[in-house]
Design a protein around this ligand. Structure first.
Ligand SMILES: NC(=O)CC[C@H](N)C(=O)O
Length: 184
């Protein structure tokens, strides 16, 4: 809909996976897994609703569609957005706070230790990222930064508050694909 969708398509193709952009219900029906990119969550939400994808996503989400959400995508999926009445899909049991890293450090790059992805640190770019303030009992925290969850998994949903599609490191996309195939 909006944001870094081309970069996700590229990353999946580099993993050797077929990938397409999804903007209609028909296109959503065609895919076996979905990425909701970073960008602007209010814009993505508005577009999903006006393109008639909101209900379709709720339905496929309930049917266990594997979803990779990054940054704004996490906000779109979240159960709640702290201090805001912005609507969200509620498919991922986390509460997020938008733009929560403050002005000076609202964009930064760091390296994360993510055991699930191996021993090499994972480069992580945060751009006006949300903070995950709390997670529900079914949510597994796979990585933290300054004591806050930045990569979480709930069933077949994988959600990162950073942007794996903006680095050359494909491990997170690969992990997601294996997860979507039921290998993880
Ligand atoms: N890089 C991003 O996706 C930023 C998210 C954006 N600040 C939002 O609140 O929607």
């Amino acid at each position: 809909m909006q944001g870094a969708f081309r970069e996700h398509v590229d990353a999946f193709r580099r993993c050797g996976c077929e990938a397409m952009e999804v903007r209609t219900r028909e296109e959503l029906d065609e895919v076996a897994a979905l990425a909701i990119p970073g960008g602007e969550s209010t814009a993505i939400t508005k577009l999903l609703r006006s393109f008639g994808l909101w209900e379709a996503l709720l339905k496929r989400g309930a049917e266990d569609l594997p979803i990779l959400a990054t940054c704004a995508g996490v906000i779109v999926l979240a159960r709640g957005i702290v201090g805001s009445d912005q609507v969200s899909l509620g498919l991922l049991d986390v509460a997020v706070r938008r733009n929560a890293y403050g002005r000076q450090v609202d964009s930064f790059e760091t390296e994360l230790k993510i055991e699930a992805l191996g021993t090499e640190p994972v480069p992580a770019i945060f751009i006006r990222a949300p903070i995950i303030e709390s997670v529900g009992p079914k949510v597994e925290v796979l990585a933290t930064y300054r004591e806050k969850a930045v990569l979480v998994r709930q069933g077949r949903i994988l959600a990162a508050t950073f942007h794996p599609e903006l680095t050359a490191d494909l491990r997170l996309h690969q992990y997601f694909l294996e997860m979507a195939e039921g290998k993880r």
